[in-house]
Design a protein around this ligand. Structure first.
Ligand code: PEP
Ligand code: MN
Length: 366
């Protein structure tokens, strides 16, 4: 196959440390596509469902938009968050959104699974720190005139706050070439592969500025070693309220998902070839799992406190069976028995932790 010979055997120096956005792992074996319209619009739920049907692994859910012109649609603001909740519930996909200021961070935290620092905000250090302190994964987009070193320095503002859930996003830089909205700097992918273990995703939409160039850039980014893609899509691109020219159709999104999956499974060199590499990758997955389990235990604790206050039983076997069935369908390799064994242990441990927290709070022995 031509592609095989075109791809260097080591597109990245080392494998990245995986970062989980909800249930989606960036920097693992798959190359997930995060998609949806540029901005949350009144019909967002339908747009999100179309992206999910086309194979998006996570959704864009931006309610605040940094626009060049003050007269342009600035996003639905807080009014769009109900739509984000609804789309997240119906599609069961994780959602990412962009805070424009530190106040948005606290507001978005309850509705989304990761925060995205946009290109224009890459130098906004209070925003980077606030996003880091949210505890959510943070996607740091490259500023349009930022060098790779400046971009990495911005990412370190998140890391030094104790949040190591950082993903870098290449979205093109401003050059002398006006034909495209930006120039997609694909060289940053192998360069970053040598300089950092953070996963790198690519946004071909803001790089191209035009829908018809997005598929080529998306495939090129994956061939060059990108760990994921961020793509603007819309079921009716012409009528998108924001960045309509670069919005690809649902059919085009499905085609990109299909062809990049093929590229990853057939043409990209296997990322792990030795026992040591496999173990390093497993350690990364375990670390992501541990963080997700901590988050789950905290949420279970919150639910239990509400149930104890209301005097309703803590355990709900029907809900537990539903949770197990959902995990089994998302992880077919485990089989239903495997998923049931794991979820039974996870649920028991979370309930026990929550009960201990509650007893400790009341000053009673565990
Ligand atoms: C976006 O992804 O919504 C966006 C505004 O892109 P950028 O910050 O890369 O211009
Ligand atoms: Mn956009």
């Amino acid at each position: 196959m031509i592609i095989d010979s075109l791809i260097p055997s080591a597109t990245r120096g080392a494998r990245p440390r995986p970062v989980a956005i909800g249930s989606v792992v960036i920097g693992g074996a798959d190359v997930p596509v995060i998609s949806g319209p540029c901005a949350v619009e009144p019909n967002y739920v339908a747009h999100a469902r179309a992206a999910a049907r086309a194979g998006a692994a996570a959704l864009r859910g931006c309610v605040y938009k940094p626009r060049t012109q003050p007269e342009a649609f600035q996003g639905m603001g807080a009014a769009g968050l109900e739509l984000v909740d609804e789309a997240r519930r119906l599609t069961r996909l994780p959602v990412i959104a962009e805070p424009l200021d530190t106040e948005h961070v606290a507001e978005l935290r309850a509705h989304v699974d990761a925060l995205m620092i946009g290109a224009r905000s890459m130098h906004n250090t209070p925003l980077l720190r606030a996003a880091a302190r949210s505890g959510l994964p943070v996607i740091v987009k490259r500023g349009m005139s930022a060098t790779i070193d400046e971009w990495l320095a911005a990412a370190r503002y998140v890391l030094v706050e104790g949040n190591d859930q950082v993903i870098l996003c290449e979205r093109g830089i401003r050059t002398f070439e006006p034909a495209t909205r930006n120039t997609l700097d694909l060289s940053s992918i192998p360069v970053l592969g040598e300089r950092t273990d953070l996963p790198v995703i690519v946004d071909p939409s803001h790089a191209a500025g035009h829908a018809s160039w997005v598929p080529a850039l998306a495939v090129a980014a994956v061939a060059a070693g990108a760990d994921g893609l961020l793509i603007e899509s819309h079921p009716d691109p012409e009528h998108a309220l924001c960045d309509a020219a670069q919005a690809i159709s649902s059919a085009s999104l499905a085609e990109i998902v299909r062809s990049t999956r093929l590229l990853v499974t057939q043409a990209r060199p296997s990322p792990v070839t030795t026992v040591e590499e496999c173990r390093a990758a497993i350690d990364g997955v375990d670390a992501a799992l541990a963080r997700l389990l901590e988050r789950r235990a905290t949420l279970v604790s919150r639910v239990e406190r509400i149930k104890l206050d209301r005097g309703v039983p803590i355990r709900d076997r029907r809900r537990e069976a539903e949770v197990t069935a959902r995990v089994a369908s998302l992880a077919p390799q485990l089989g239903h028995a495997g998923a049931a064994a794991i979820m039974s242990a996870v649920i028991d441990a979370c309930v026990a932790t929550a009960l201990n927290d509650d007893l400790a709070e009341r000053g009673l022995p565990a």
